[in-house]
Design a protein around this ligand. Structure first.
Ligand SMILES: Cc1ncc(COP(=O)(O)O)c(C=O)c1O
Length: 491
């Protein structure tokens, strides 16, 4: 690791009147700054002389603090080259990775500060549940197993040969060769019936949901939502002013009869039929048929979120609902976030042919189009066979990790967490006994560096069974064992 220049040192607050000796105040401050990620491994710190001058104190307490911190392994010194934060401190020991701090409301300058009613309904999940901590950040794939060297080679080759044309404004539907590759892949792997003219490339499926909401719905229109369901979908649909109707899920997926009873006039339904988020079941064939019939009879749209079903264990991936829809009622969404990596921000919508012009305009209105460089690299990654190869090897890896989570749960949590939904994906849900506060458990877990997500915020109706979602895709086998053990200590 390279040493990082000192740059800005966070302000050091010393209290001359305190009973705590100066050297201890200073060493406490360094430990806190290192573990919060404000000072990074390898970063240079000032010499004892200059820090003493800066703080207006004698050099002795600074020398004492530095000695103590070196002995504890927080700082290291190089003869003639000064002192820096120890490079051996693993970044997951610091919260550098987790510094997704939710912005706190600032003081208002006065006057009316009214924002939209929609904005008031938006609720971001707690920052710690979204932090890229080792275990068990939901939705995080095994980034360490991604062929990064190959990917960077492709990126640099494409960046070097960027044509003038590809540096200008692109097609809102996306880069045609990528749309062709996606259409072929979806036809073969997910039994989606489409051609490239229907594929719209998006900046991840979150944006796909937002485009769907804006194109398909008017403010105040009702949408059935699986309950519990995907909070990202709640957010996206709320931004379009939709009214969300909670529809319970059971072992067969969304309860269509219930939906038809409470909101027969709904304009759309959001579902994750291949791997329900968060409970993990697959929607049964009879429920699929019921839903398609209901949508056809009521002129409603079905938004199918197929976010991670490439990874199915024990059986071949289930076909998409879109593939069985003969009335073009399904709008199919997919993402490269799980099979590649989330920061790529590429996803897609398969749009019914007669809606393509509306979706084209909707995409154009939202952010015009996605990064051309990454679209072209992604095309080559698929065309050269790397994509299929990567999915195959990840399937084996996630299978191993899934077994490891099961074993660890049996070892540390046996009986306290009822595991469900394990046939697919990179996460599983565990139900907790009634009366346990899942939000409190996950907050405590975050304090010990484990990012489990509670089920309660996934409900928009009255919360039913409480529990935890454990995303194991991005966790190593060691982190899985340690993570479950730590969670067991949080009850
Ligand atoms: C149900 C569901 N849909 C979609 C996504 C992917 O979102 P994106 O493509 O915006 O990264 C996730 C990620 O966790 C998810 O859980």
């Amino acid at each position: 690791m390279q040493r990082i220049p000192a740059g800005f040192l966070p302000p050091v607050a010393m209290d001359a009147g305190s009973d705590t000796p100066m050297y201890q105040q200073l060493s406490d401050w360094f430990r806190r700054s290192i573990s919060s990620g404000q000072l990074r491994p390898g970063q240079r710190v000032p010499s004892t002389r200059s820090l003493a001058t800066e703080l207006g104190i004698s050099r002795i307490p600074v020398l004492g603090a530095y000695e103590q911190l070196q002995a504890e392994g927080f700082l290291e010194t190089f003869t003639g080259a000064g002192t820096c934060v120890a490079r051996a401190i693993p970044s997951d020991m610091t919260t550098e990775q987790t510094k997704r701090v939710r912005p706190t409301p600032a003081a208002s300058p006065g006057g009316s500060r009214r924002t939209s009613r929609r904005a008031a309904l938006l609720r971001s999940p707690e920052a710690t549940w979204l932090a890229n901590m080792g275990a068990f950040r939901v939705g995080l794939p095994a980034l360490d197993a991604f062929p990064s060297a190959l990917w960077s080679k492709l990126v640099s080759r494409h960046a070097r040969h960027l044509s003038l044309e590809s540096m200008g404004y692109g097609d809102p539907m996306g880069h045609l060769p990528l749309r062709e590759a996606v259409a072929e892949y979806l036809g073969a792997a997910r039994a989606v019936r489409c051609d490239a003219s229907q594929v719209l490339i998006t900046t991840g499926s979150q944006q796909a949901l937002q485009i769907c909401a804006h194109v398909l719905l008017d403010a105040g229109e009702r949408v059935w939502m699986e309950d519990p369901g995907y909070p990202g979908a709640h957010q996206a649909l709320r931004t379009a002013g939709a009214e969300l109707v909670p529809v319970p899920v059971d072992a067969e997926g969304i309860d269509v009869a219930h939906g038809a009873r409470v909101a027969a006039d709904a304009r759309a339904v959001y579902i994750s039929p291949s791997h329900q988020f968060p409970l993990g079941m697959a929607m049964s064939a009879s429920r699929r048929m019921q839903l398609l019939h209901w949508a056809t009879r009521n002129d409603a749209w079905i938004i199918e979120d197929d976010y991670d079903s490439e990874y199915r264990f024990g059986s071949r991936p289930l076909s998409s609902l879109q593939g069985t829809d003969t009335q073009a009622r399904v709008i199919y969404l997919g993402t490269f976030s799980k099979v590649m990596f989330p920061a790529l921000r590429l996803g897609y919508i398969v749009v019914p042919k007669d809606l393509v012009t509306d979706f084209y305009a909707g995409r154009d209105a939202i952010d015009t189009f996605s990064s051309m460089l990454y679209q072209s690299v992604m095309t080559e990654f698929i065309r050269e066979g790397h994509f299929a190869r990567h999915i195959r090897s990840m399937r084996t890896l996630y299978m191993e990790k899934r077994i490891a989570v099961h074993e660890a749960i049996g070892r540390y949590l046996g009986g306290r967490l009822e595991v469900i939904g394990t046939e697919a994906g990179m996460q599983l849900a565990g139900l907790l006994p009634d009366g346990v506060d899942d939000v409190a458990v996950s907050r405590r877990a975050a304090e010990v560096g484990v990012s489990v997500r509670p089920l309660t915020p996934c409900y928009i109706g009255e919360p039913g069974r409480v529990g935890l979602i454990l995303g194991y895709g991005g966790a190593s086998l060691v982190q899985i064992d340690e993570g479950v053990r730590k969670v067991a200590g949080c009850f």
